[in-house]
Design a protein around this ligand. Structure first.
Ligand SMILES: [Zn+2]
Length: 353
């Protein structure tokens, strides 16, 4: 028998000897919360809270809400877009594939026989603009508009579903007015946040603000702080918008209902509590406690154990106050604590005063 074969037999024998515990034998941390951690089969999630649902979605598969002065909110229950009616047709902000063809039906309902003249991309993510090609196919003269960061991202992506925008504006913090057919939208890039290029879209005539993937009205944020590319930047933006804009309606991109300033305030409060809970846990939990000494040569293992215990502390601290304040709290709270503690360790504090 060759040495290689001997070695591989040895590895197999060792594998059997040190096989990890089966799923049934896996133990929770001693002080773990009742909320099931990730990768656990959950028989039933906590009930959706009253008031978290949006307008009823009928047979046509989408709902339209008139915000007045030409602004219309459209949702199929999970994604949201904004239409603005002008003298020449419609401006559409975002084209989520989940709504897809229903966007064309919604346009026809809002402005029968009128074209979509402008399509604004809030940011490059596929789930929000992946039906751009469908809009362009239906209205070949549509003018696509986005920030330079979004244009750069799409140039790299080379995705036929998300063509590069025809009109691009640049800069951080300045306002780009889009004036067409008697309507004005003000576009502004506040700097890095959920994704580079993610912009604020302000329609002053209806007091409507659109900002996507930052606020989740009535709901826990999507997992890992909604996949924020820049967590401190996301904190900056959400803490700024209630002061900057006097809005009555927030088109947040997700969940069924539009948002209000109260939804923003509630989520800011949650994010501050999350920041503080993760920070406190990072300070109180001791690395290495309870780790098998045989694992001390495995820094990934030691840190996995440490991070798990930090997350358990963070979840425990937030659950009593927050579990009945936002739908889906139990679904993603572990993800939020993990994202926050990781950001605190590599980005530093997100509450920068
Ligand atoms: Zn996104």
């Amino acid at each position: 028998m060759t040495i290689a074969k001997l070695a591989s037999l040895g590895a197999i024998a060792l594998g059997f000897a040190l096989a990890p515990a089966s799923a049934a034998e896996l133990k929770a941390y001693p002080n773990a919360n009742d909320i099931a951690p990730p990768l656990t089969h959950i028989e039933k999630y906590a009930p959706v809270l009253e008031g978290s649902q949006g307008p009823a979605i009928g047979e046509k598969g989408f709902a339209v809400e008139d915000f007045g002065n030409g602004a219309f909110f459209v949702t199929e229950g999970v994604y949201q877009v904004l239409f603005v009616r002008t003298d020449d047709g419609l401006i559409l902000v975002d084209a989520p594939p989940n709504i897809g063809q229903k966007l064309l039906a919604a346009a026809e309902e809002i402005a029968p026989g009128e074209p979509i003249t402008h399509l604004i991309y809030s940011h490059p993510h596929i789930d929000h603009i992946g039906f751009a090609s469908g809009i362009i196919e239906a209205f070949p003269d549509v003018v696509t508009v986005a920030h330079q960061e979004t244009a750069d991202n799409l140039a790299r992506a080379k995705d036929p579903a998300r063509p590069a925008p025809a009109t691009v504006f640049e800069g951080v913090g300045n306002v780009f007015p889009l004036e067409t057919g008697g309507q004005t939208l003000e576009l502004r890039y506040p700097g890095p946040n959920h994704q580079d290029g993610n912009i604020e879209i302000w329609h002053p005539d209806s007091n409507t603000l659109m900002l996507v993937d930052v606020v989740f009205p009535g709901w826990m944020m999507w997992r890992r702080l909604a996949l924020a590319e820049d967590i401190p930047g996301t904190f900056d933006v959400i803490q700024d918008i209630n002061q900057r804009y006097d809005f009555d309606n927030l088109v947040a991109g997700h969940v069924g209902k539009p948002g209000t300033k109260a939804d923003v305030d509630l989520q800011v409060e949650f994010m501050i509590d999350l920041h503080n809970a993760a920070g406190a846990a990072l300070g109180s939990v001791k690395p290495g406690e309870g780790v098998d000494p045989a694992d001390f040569a495995n820094p990934w293992g030691v840190f996995d154990n440490y991070i798990d215990r930090v997350v358990v502390e963070c979840v425990n601290a937030l659950t009593p106050k927050w579990q009945d304040k936002m739908s889906g709290f139990d679904v993603f709270i572990y993800d939020q604590c993990m994202a926050m503690e990781q950001s605190l360790r590599v980005d530093g504090p997100s509450l920068r005063g």
